[in-house]
Design a protein around this ligand. Structure first.
Ligand code: ZN
Ligand code: ZN
Length: 247
């Protein structure tokens, strides 16, 4: 299958990645909706942000741009400028963790820059139109930000010889984290915040708080960089424990 993808034409690769990204878009919306339904007693926001036409348009634009980024990544891979190795499960898990931490740091830095006062209205404010979130929030971004995220991912892949399975694991986790972070519900019990290592994982509450108070919680997958740089919302532990929530 990989050989077939490598030898595909531009049009074929474009078609494959467009269909894949449309499936990811639909899957994420469905999962977000299911989470909202399954955990309706554990809501962080008491409502979903209403669906607006301009944001639906932006979300569809994001799907097309993500497909274009995928094609660029594919082209670099066919030219061996991105190397994806087949390797053991252990190495793949290790690679996925490395990519999570590296991308989290990169996104933390760019996210903080995106919130700089003069820059914020130009791009990132668009994502923050959603003070509460809804199932398409994960895709409501300014096009420059979508390309920035894609560029960061391609840069990482160009400098780090990733395993193929590690990349698939990372991409899957990326969608799961993004969907969870914008679901508006907190499926994880308060106990999670007391478990070693696990308590460093970014939760739904963590990103929801960023939409409420944009000066905190710039990380995405982990709390690591926010804890390190002192930008974790001081209310995080209390909010995660469910105080003020309707469960
Ligand atoms: Zn968000
Ligand atoms: Zn932000």
């Amino acid at each position: 299958m990989l050989e077939g993808l490598r030898n595909a034409s531009f049009a074929e690769a474009g078609g494959i990645f467009l269909v894949s990204n449309l499936l990811i878009f639909g899957g994420s919306i469905l999962l977000c909706w299911l989470l909202g339904f399954a955990f309706k007693n554990r809501r962080i926001f008491d409502r979903w942000e209403p669906l607006r036409r301009v944001e639906v348009g932006a979300a569809i634009g994001t799907v097309f741009l993500n497909s274009a980024v995928s094609v660029i990544g594919w082209w670099l891979w066919t030219r061996d400028l991105i190397v994806l190795e087949a390797s053991s499960v252990g190495r793949s898990v290790f690679d996925a963790m490395v990519m999570i931490l590296a991308m989290d740091l990169g996104m933390y830095v760019f996210h903080r820059i995106a919130h700089v006062r003069w820059l914020y209205p130009l791009m990132h404010r668009f994502h923050h139109r959603h003070e509460a979130t809804n199932p398409i929030s994960l895709f409501v971004f300014h096009p420059i930000e979508v390309l920035g995220f894609g560029g960061l991912m391609i840069f990482f892949l160009a400098v780090y010889p990733m395993t193929f399975a590690g990349l698939i694991a990372y991409l899957t986790l990326n969608v799961l984290f993004g969907t969870l972070g914008h679901s508006g519900v907190e499926p994880f019990p308060a106990l999670v915040n007391r478990l070693p290592l696990i308590r460093w994982v970014g939760t739904s509450t963590f990103h929801a708080e960023h939409h409420e108070h944009p000066r905190y919680n710039f990380g995405f997958y982990t709390l690591l960089w926010d804890r390190l740089f002192g930008t974790l919302d001081p209310e995080y532990d209390r909010r995660f424990a469910g105080e003020g929530r309707t469960d």
